[in-house]
Design a protein around this ligand. Structure first.
Ligand SMILES: [Zn+2]
Length: 437
């Protein structure tokens, strides 16, 4: 059956992989068994999903296909823009306007014999959780915090815990995440419940740097200060009646001219129209080499995870390429109270607390996560929105301890439209204490 490729090509294509998979060594991971079987698992059984077919995604698809993954899906909602062509190397001029996922899948299949890439031209939110459940490993080539947060919530939502708080191993879905910003990049391994999830280390993404308005107004020191002054202050003072639109060339030109005048006043060099567009639209240039390095690291971690040919990265590698080449790997720690991946957020209530009171308490405690919660306990719906609302409404006035059939602790599952996955509440009821006092 294996035609198309001339004899020998297939063997030589996996020559480097054979060195890793067909013999043992000092660096192999726990339980690694070298041999043809592990190659077969890699080629024929493992199904990976690449999220994003942009700068990182193109590199990831090429790397994974050449690493021996033969069953790959890719999902991306974007179409190809002419400005992508310098680094998203799977695309050509004639592809402009077409789906990134579709074209990327075609190109990889043309070049790498025997690989099957299935494209999905849609938003990640359009797929149900079951879609994501079907993959063995999910590799993220995304450029937004929101999208990462969303998929993290979905994947951590698969976690199920035993009553003693230990995780059910089969519910763990590993992810490898890559990210780049100019000359900076990172790759990380997320094994929900084992390593920190995306939410655990949300602090790694600081809010976008904004200059203090007083600096802009009083003491500008850089071209960016002058541009932001024109954008945030001068526009409002001179053209306040109009809404600034960064996509209107005349508006951008006006900002640029104001910034130039401001820069001349303070003797500051470097204001150009391009720089003005970059600052106002918050554009960070994409550097192809950063994408290539980060994607290579992600593909390697995916291979390690798939075959155990080496122990995995622990658990976050950052790459700095601006002043030479520097990388550093840190083992970040899980947030034991992470509302996305932990066994449950500890919440204590009194014996007299009713379901309605608990729901009010939770909404007050997590105002950004909960607005219209539904609550279940051990698979039984205590209170549901929608068609079951009427049926479960009588429970609102009941005491939690009665709904939990006398148990003084347990895990409640809370769902809410604002959440991407379930919120686990590790509930403890102060029954003994209530009796003492
Ligand atoms: Zn977490």
């Amino acid at each position: 059956m294996k035609r198309v490729a001339p004899p020998g090509v297939e063997r030589s294509r996996w020559r480097d992989l054979d060195r890793l998979l067909l013999r043992s060594g000092n660096l192999v991971g726990p339980g690694f068994e070298p041999g043809e079987e592990v190659k077969e698992i890699l080629h024929d059984m493992l199904h990976v999903l690449v999220i994003g077919a942009g700068g990182l995604g193109c590199e990831l698809l090429k790397d994974l296909a050449l690493t021996g993954f033969k069953k790959i899906d890719v999902i991306d909602m974007d179409t190809i823009d002419v400005s992508n062509l310098n680094r998203q190397f799977l695309f050509r001029m004639k592809d402009v306007g077409k789906s990134k996922a579709t074209v990327a899948a075609e190109r990889v299949m043309q070049r790498v014999h025997g690989v099957s890439v299935t494209p999905h031209f849609c938003r990640i939110e359009d797929k149900p959780p079951e879609f994501y459940q079907a993959f063995h490993i999910i590799v993220l080539g995304l450029d937004s915090v929101e999208a990462r947060s969303w998929i993290n919530g979905v994947v951590c939502g698969f976690l199920e815990y035993e009553d003693d708080g230990s995780v059910k191993q089969e519910t763990i879905k590993p992810m490898v995440d890559g990210g780049t910003e100019g000359f900076k990049g990172h790759s990380r391994v997320i094994i929900p419940s084992v390593t920190p999830c995306f939410q655990c280390t949300m602090w790694l993404f600081p809010p976008q740097t904004k200059f203090p308005l007083c600096t802009l107004a009083e003491t500008p020191r850089s071209a960016a200060h002058c541009i932001e002054w024109a954008h945030l202050i001068q526009w409002g003072q001179v053209r306040g009646a109009e809404v600034f639109d960064a996509d209107v060339p005349e508006h951008m030109k006006w900002i640029y001219e104001q910034a130039v005048a401001r820069a001349e006043l303070f003797n500051i060099p470097g204001v150009t129209l391009q720089h003005t567009q970059g600052v106002v639209k918050n554009i960070i240039p994409a550097i192809p080499s950063t994408n290539a390095i980060v994607a290579a690291s992600c593909a390697l971690e995916t291979l390690k995870m798939a075959t155990m040919c080496s122990t995995g990265m622990s658990n976050y590698m950052m790459y700095m390429g601006a002043a030479g080449i520097y990388t550093h790997t840190v083992a970040y720690e899980k947030d034991p109270e992470c509302i996305v991946c932990s066994a449950g957020v500890p919440v204590a209530i009194e014996e007299s607390t009713t379901l309605e009171e608990l729901m009010q308490q939770l909404c007050a405690q997590f105002p950004e996560k909960l607005a219209t919660p539904s609550v279940s306990f051990q698979g039984c719906n205590l209170y549901m929105r929608g068609i079951f609302e009427e049926e479960t409404r009588p429970n609102l006035a009941k005491r939690i301890i009665d709904l939990m059939e006398g148990a003084t602790s347990g895990v409640l599952i809370v769902n809410d439209k604002k959440l991407h996955g379930p919120l686990r509440i590790q509930l403890s009821i102060n029954a003994a204490q209530a009796m003492q006092t």
